[in-house]
Design a protein around this ligand. Sequence first.
Ligand SMILES: [Fe+2]
Ligand SMILES: [Fe+2]
Length: 169
Amino acid sequence: MRITDALYGEHGSLYMLMNAIEARLAGADLAMLQTSAALFETAILAHAHFENDPFFAALDRVMPGGGPVTAMRAEHEEIEGELAKVATSRDAGAARAHLEAAIAEARSHFQKEEVVLFPMAEQLLGSDTLEEMAAAWAQNRGVALPAGRRIARAAGAAMNEMAAASRQR
Ligand SMILES: [Fe+2]
Ligand SMILES: [Fe+2]
């Protein structure tokens, strides 16, 4: 598995969470809005921080000068800033507006990563790097990713080569 596969998957889960929060926005009081924002913040910051390092850090090495990675980092900070404002809001109206803004920014940000940044990363980073980062992600998240998958695939490829070589003889 590649790190981009994991990150696309996390976007899927975060979309579900954002949809659920939005469906409850209208009637929510300040306490409920702040609880929703705190849960969303835990999930999206874990995602964004793993992107910042090691994922964007690896892209920085092959794509010096920033470009899209710099813009994506700035958007992470904007989303984080809106969620921090929910926590310090004194009334439900302000909290709702900041939570709505954070969700809208996250949707637009995810779209750019899915359409532009992740495909670019899959082109620029080698498959070993993408798989090593996926293993680090799995360990960080507590996902039991089979450690031998890459070894098994390499063994499978070697066996195919041996079979092809023996056919040529
Ligand atoms: Fe991101
Ligand atoms: Fe993302």
